[in-house]
Design a protein around this ligand. Structure first.
Ligand SMILES: Nc1nc2c(ncn2[C@@H]2O[C@H](COP(=O)(O)OP(=O)(O)O)[C@@H](O)[C@H]2O)c(=O)[nH]1
Ligand SMILES: [Mg+2]
Length: 415
């Protein structure tokens, strides 16, 4: 629920999608297009209305599209009895939830501190007034003491970041440990990434707990055309992303987007101008983080909202930017099969291989590793040996070959 400056219903929709990405369930919306009250950001009458909605819906938080000054969050929290945050804070929360690497965490911490610094004076003054929902207690800190300590922290983080840059541990490397090809969903908020994620994850494969712990909450093992893939829903691109959040965004994106294939989603119901601009920004950012070499399928989503003729026209104008372009409706499930076919065309180079190894004390851990990381189709145990047939991407199959030869003195055969 929030207020916005101009009557642009799209920004409210976008905020709602962001809130969902952040793990919230939206229970109400409110907007106001009038002179704001400096105390609350929205008018005093509206604040009462807001407090009423909060009470009625049992909402646990109020999210504003506009930036809130500390005094405004403070007064809103006091009036509604729940925490009031703004779009900036919501985005920080999303990045924090998704960040898995030390680098991403540091970038987020940095953005948070810079945000705090900008509001230091007001925060210290408010903290002295006493506890408020969602308000950090600053104790007896004086403004300049607080200011200096935040600045020192910023320096310390910058130093750590410099060190980390040299020895990154990206998902890319972690994924290379697995024999499944990985797919990541990219695109702006509201393009339909999560909807497609759900549509594709319908044939979700139950995963054993060992593999599960290595997957993030937004990654699933899915099957199509009898092949298993790791599918990841990313944070995605965000409209009007505050500049101070750019680096935090890139680190968060970096760790999820490195995959064997990127599905780059665009919303077909938007204007040609917006579609092209968003697609360009996505491609530029992908290039900037060094992921430009990853094969990409551009997915033109929400075709149910436009005419056949418009689909053809938009497909035509995107031809130069997108080598592979697939029109779908994630919501209605239209052309999902065609998309799967394209995915398999890009990634279907799994190899099928078999081997027989003796049963020794080393066999169990080796088999456990194989089961965890590849698609083991059969494992027939004899008295002294086990015969295995598995499928995996070629580089992983090579690793299996190495282990079979070195550790068991046996041979791998393509089948
Ligand atoms: N009409 C239509 N709406 C869609 C389609 N795909 C997604 N949406 C809607 O677009 C909004 C944003 O979708 P979501 O999957 O959350 O987008 P995300 O922010 O990219 O993850 C939701 O309200 C969806 O119901 C589609 O194919 N057609
Ligand atoms: Mg989403």
């Amino acid at each position: 629920m929030q207020r916005r400056e101009r009557a642009e219903p799209m920004t409210l929709d976008e905020l709602e999608s962001l809130a969902e990405t952040g793990g919230y369930e939206v229970v109400g919306r409110m907007e106001q297009v009038r002179e704001r009250d400096a105390r609350y950001q929205i008018g005093a009458g509206k604040v009462e209305e807001l407090a009423e909605i909060v009470k009625k819906t049992g909402a646990e938080k109020v999210i504003f599209d506009n930036l809130l000054k500390p005094i405004q969050s403070y007064n809103l929290a006091k009036a509604t009895n729940v925490e009031a945050i703004d779009r900036f804070q919501l985005i920080l929360e999303i990045f924090t939830r998704r960040a898995a690497t030390a680098e991403a965490h540091l970038q987020i911490q940095l953005a948070k501190l810079q945000y705090d610094l900008a509001q230091a004076k007001e925060r210290v003054r408010l903290a002295k007034r006493g506890e408020q929902p969602g308000f950090m207690g600053l104790g007896a800190y004086e403004v300049d003491v607080y200011y200096e300590s935040v600045k020192r922290e910023v320096h310390a983080i910058r130093r750590k970041l410099k060190k980390i840059r040299g020895k990154r541990f990206l998902h890319r490397e972690r994924r290379a440990e697995l024999g499944f090809a990985s797919i990541s969903l990219a695109g702006y908020t509201k393009a339909g990434k999560s909807s497609l994620f759900n549509a594709l994850a319908q044939e979700e494969v139950p995963v054993d707990t060992a593999l599960f712990t290595t997957l993030s909450t937004t990654t699933r093992l899915v099957t199509f055309s009898k092949k298993k893939f790791l599918l990841t829903d990313t944070v995605g691109f965000i409209d009007r992303l505050p500049l101070t959040l750019m680096e935090a965004f890139r680190s968060t994106l970096e760790e999820t987007i490195f995959s064997d294939l990127i599905l780059l989603m665009v919303d077909a119901s938007e204007t040609d101008y917006v579609i092209e601009k968003k697609l360009s920004t996505c491609l530029e950012t992908i290039e900037h983080i060094g992921a430009a070499g990853i094969p990409t399928i551009t997915v033109l989503n929400k075709i149910d909202l436009i005419s056949e003729e418009e689909i053809r026209r938009k497909m035509g104008s995107l031809k130069d930017k997108a080598t592979t372009l697939v029109p779908i409706s994630a919501l209605n499930g239209t052309k999902i099969e065609e998309l799967k076919k394209e995915i398999v065309k890009e990634l279907g180079n799994y190899v099928r291989a078999s081997f027989t190894v003796p049963v020794t004390k080393d066999t169990m851990p080796f088999m456990a590793w194989l089961f965890k990381n590849a698609d083991v189709q059969t494992a027939d145990y004899g008295a002294h040996s086990v015969r295995v047939v598995f499928e995996a991407d070629p580089s992983f199959a090579e690793r299996v070959r190495n282990r079979v030869e070195k550790e068991f003195n046996s041979k791998l055969e393509r089948t």
